[in-house]
Design a protein around this ligand. Structure first.
Ligand SMILES: [Zn+2]
Length: 239
């Protein structure tokens, strides 16, 4: 049954797409999806479109095999399998952001450092953030995209129970219990990556302990409404 007091998930998806573009998490590429609260074995994702241009009527409903449930004839994203497989593997996840964020990408390719939570706003990051490597799964010479359920399932297994999985030479995928929290996590994964890179350029630095990260995450997960209200207003004002 639909909770009428809950935010409309289609409206949130449109706002989320625009916020993530404004925050440089998404550009002409990348996408954000939500599990359909009325049909939880399906999910909502825009048609194949730059995220800054997404409007409510662009949102499609897909099943966990990546098929268009409503047979709308519209073209979906090639990488819809990222979302489909994660919803199938993670019943606790109701929103997924996939991006190619430039400040996060170095941590997917370097052998010299691993992304880790270094500040209180990113306590949701686990102490060992997984990196999905296509070559570990026999996809040598591929174009790096998650093009089918087999690769989607591999990515979902790499993610495990974490909030973020990096994808070597490609980007990141962030999950959460709702769209607003997924946006918050995507933004602060990016901020954490910048802060960690800046600190490591100065030399040795101190990361959060797992206990500090967990405690900070507990506090922040309940506080993200304030940030969403600001970001929503910023995109509403944008030309
Ligand atoms: Zn991608």
């Amino acid at each position: 049954m639909t909770d009428l007091s809950a935010p409309d998930v289609r409206d949130d998806l449109v706002t989320a797409s625009h916020i993530l573009v404004q925050k440089n998490i998404l550009d002409g590429f990348g996408h954000v999806s939500a599990r359909d609260p009325d049909n939880p074995d399906t999910f909502l994702l825009s048609r194949n479109l730059a995220p800054g241009l997404v409007q409510r009527e662009d949102i499609m409903r897909l099943d966990f095999d990546g098929n268009d449930v409503e047979d709308s004839g519209r073209r979906s994203f090639l990488e819809r399998f990222i979302h489909a497989s994660i919803y199938r593997h993670r019943p606790d996840v109701n929103a997924v952001v996939h991006s190619h964020t430039a400040s996060v990408l170095p941590f997917s390719i370097t052998k010299a450092a691993t992304l880790e939570p270094v500040m209180h706003m990113s306590g949701f990051l686990g102490p060992e953030i997984p990196v999905y490597e296509v070559r570990d799964h026999g996809h040598e010479g591929c174009d790096m995209l998650i093009r089918n359920s087999t690769m989607g399932d591999e990515l979902a297994r790499s993610l495990g129970q974490e909030a973020v999985v990096l994808m070597r030479g490609h980007g990141m995928t962030v999950v959460a219990a709702d769209v607003r929290l997924a946006v918050f996590r995507a933004i602060y994964t990016e901020v954490n990556a910048r802060v960690q890179a800046a600190a490591s350029s100065m030399g040795a630095y101190v990361a959060l302990t797992p206990e500090e990260a967990r405690a900070a995450d507990e506090t922040n997960s309940g506080q993200n409404r304030r940030a969403w209200a600001l970001w929503e207003k910023e995109v509403a004002r944008a030309p």
